[in-house]
Structures are given as C-alpha cells and as structure tokens.
Design a protein around this ligand. Sequence first.
Ligand code: XMP
Length: 512
Amino acid sequence: TVLIIDFGSQVTQLIARRVREAGVYSEIVPFQSAAEAFARIAPKAVILSGSPHSTVDIGSPRAPDAIFEAGIPVLGICYGQQTMCAQLGGTVEAGHHREFGRAFLDVRQDCALFKGVWASGTRHQVWMSHGDRVTDIPPGFKVVGTSSGAPFAAIADEARRFFAVQFHPEVVHTPDGAKLLANFVIDIAGLKGDWTMAAYREQAIASIRAQIGDGKVICALSGGVDSSVAALLIHEAVGDQLTCILVDHGLMRKNEATEVVAMFREHYNLPLVLVNAADRFVDALEGEADPENKRKTIGRLFIEVFEEEANKLGGADFLAQGTLYPDVIESVSFTGGPSVTIKSHHNVGGLPERMNMQLVEPLRELFKDEVRVLGRELGLPDHFIGRHPFPGPGLAIRCPGGITRDKLDILREADAIYLDEIRKAGLYDAIWQAFVVLLPVQTVGVMGDGRTYEFVCALRAVTSVDGMTADFYHYDMEFLGRAATRIINEVRGINRVVYDVTSKPPGTIEWE
Ligand code: XMP
C-alpha cells in the first residue's frame, strides 16, 4: 500500500488515480488522521499532497515525523515538498514568487525519480501552482531540477529515498508526470504494479460490508451508470439487505424504465421497486415554464416519493449513492476534522438527514472512466456502460416553455428516432451526448396538399470529455437530412427540424 497524505489539495485524488494506473493500491488519508493511519497501514511508501495552506503559517499541517524515520520512500508534492523541507531542516519562504500554470523544468542531475523518463540536461513542461517556495534544502538533499521560478523545483536524498517536487506530476499538464509517479511506486518503492480494478472491487466490497454490517440499505436507482454500478457493488457486498427504488417520473426516455427494470431484476436478481409516479410529476409540472422551478419541483417530488416508498419498506439505515470524485467538492476541511463535504445529489439531497440515514458512497474515489471499467468488471454490458449521460430532471429540461403531456410524448418519440439513427450510423460512441429539444415554437409547413402548423425541434449532439466544455458534433449533412426526414414523417406534431451548432461555452449542453 502507498499512503497518500492529503493536505487539502484539489487534485489529491489525481495522485491516487495515477498510482492506480501504475497498478499499485493506495489509500488517501486526511492529514489529521495520518499518524494513526500510518501506524495501522504500515505503508511501503508515502506521498504528501499539495495544499491551500502555507507552511510558514503557525499551526499549518505537518506530516507525522514517524514517516521520515521508517526507512520507506517519501515523495512530497508542492506543499508536500515544502513541509518536508520545513520538517527535515530546510527553509521555506512565503509569497514572493508565485508561479501558476505551465513552467519548464531543467533537469540538473540524474535521479531515480526521472529514470528512463528525463535525462540530465533536458528541459520538460511541468505544471506549477504555488505561492511559497523552498529557499534552502535539508541536509542530505541535492537539487535535481530547477525552473525559472523555483530553484529547488526537484530535490532528492537518494540514500534515504526522499524525493520532493514543487510541480504537480499528477496533472495532465505535466505530460510525463504519470511516469514519474510510476517510477516512485514501482522502481523506488519496489511495489509490484499488479493491482487491478478486480482488486478494487474486492476491497470495495470488504469496506461496504464493514460499514453496513447487518443494516438495511436503500438506493435510488436512476438507470444511469453511476447509480447502477454503486447498486451492483453493494448488492455483491450485502445481498438482499439492499433494496433499490426506481422512481419513474414520466420524464425518462422511451422504454427506459422498462429496460432498466428488466436488466436489474432478471439479469442481476436485485430487489427493485419500480414506482410509477409519472402522473404526479407531470401534473405538478403542467404549464411550468421556468427552468429552475422545473428542477425544484422535480427535486421536491422525488424526495417525497422516495421517502414514501422507503417508509413502506420499513425505512433503512443507509442510503447508497453513486457519488463520483468530481462530485466531491472539498477533500479536507482544515478546521472541520477528517470528514469530507459532498455536493448532495440533486435528486436525493436532504433525504439522509430527514430520514436519519448514513450515506454509502462506494464510488467516491473514482473518476467516470474508472467507474465504467468497474462496471465492466461487474459484468454490465458495454452498451449499457457506454450510454450517454442523461440529466436527473430528464425530458422536462428539454421542453423549453410550458410542459404538457402531449409535448413530452412528442419529444420522447422524436428523441428515440434521433438516437436510433445515430446508432444505425455507428456514431453513438463518437458522440458524448445527443438528444432532441422540443421548441415552444410552431411554424407553417406543407405536407401532402395541406398546410401544417406544428412544432420545431432542435437536434443536439456534442463531443466532450467531462461535460464541462463541449463542441457541437460535426455531422455530415446526409445524416442530418435523414434524421430530420424520419422525425417529420413519423412524429405527429413536428414539421421542422434544426441543428444546434453552439459549443460550450458560450452555450450549455442542455437548453435549460
Ligand atoms: P450543461 O447543460 O450544464 O450540462 O452543459 C452538463 C451535463 O450535465 C447534465 N445536466 C444535469 N444532470 N441534473 C443532472 O443530473 C441536472 O439538473 C442537469 N443539468 C444538466 C447534462 O445532461 C450534461 O450531461
């Protein structure tokens, strides 16, 4: 095991991810409980993360001294470098040489950390983000790399296997960073590099069992990849102590609820309650045009329905959620002890407190693509794992203007045809997300010999990595023509189709 001590950097999870990619198991602990964790885990190597704090401040966090006395390799990153220096006899200076973003590291000497990656005398792009810097290195260390803003950008005490860098090797903007981290955990620490997602699965199952004991768990299954993988993992851990609840709010895609229920009940034999609450949601949304009110109404009703169903089951001790790492907004709060603050899932926010349940979040250390790998490991079919993201409020936010049952039906049909055409053209996996938006605009058309006056729909398709930024998908015109013709011919109520060519920013992916 590699122990990663988290001093509150925004990117600590990326360190863990790179270590996982090297095939090595790691555990992240907040600095407040690092001493206890170090004694308990007896790791083969330690990595010290970055931090928003300054080592020159009174009371700023420190690594437990024991890690420097255990004869194991230690790597300090950014703040981790600074606290290493401060603790081992060097000096750190605050504030004067702030360096953010791209920088270049000049390799001054060969070093085990750079082996096979960077040779002495070469220069490489790295990513910096620091206000303080080391001004004097501790006894035993030598400088192995410099940058214009950081004369001690990389230092090493090879005899003790202590390494420290001012830059962030864990981020993609340090292109060789993953290789340096692999050098640290494999070459320097001597770990095997044979850890896989299968091992992650076993570990996750063990820790779910330890958390839940013989308690009861409920899970809000949406049919999305995250909640599905979380549910399967928990089911593997505690079997029928878990019950899933799927609330069909009438805003899902065509046949979606039925397909999800079939898969989980039949294929996985998972206890699943399907609640058909479509009327309740659609009645409450009828005529609602304001996007935020739509979201609020849906969120409120979701909690009501979910709570009613949970009470029918006799309540539960735990609520399972498919929270991913990008949803975890703050990893360590300096004053607030070792617990973490999470962004509550928009669907179930507030429920755990109201019903006095604890959260089970087995995916909170993973990134989306890792969840997909885990899903595959659990046997979920590829077509399910590769599905496009779908927003919690569903079709309601793809129907700008007042919502009506009719409009939702029209939209659902058009969306199904559009996605069918995308699949037939073999484009589904090349597109990050695609959907139809039904506009609150009617236009004049002519069909047969008659005048029509029907709705316009917009097709949307984007490419993206994480949904934060996106480009519109560059279809060929043949495809667009084909999809438009089919929608107009087959869906009563639509007589015109347009394509949205807005990127994000300035647009968002959804229209509301
Ligand atoms: P935007 O529209 O903000 O969308 O560019 C980015 C991604 O988030 C999804 N999205 C939502 N997901 N509840 C959700 O669960 C929401 O209220 C919501 N709004 C947008 C959107 O589909 C896209 O994948």
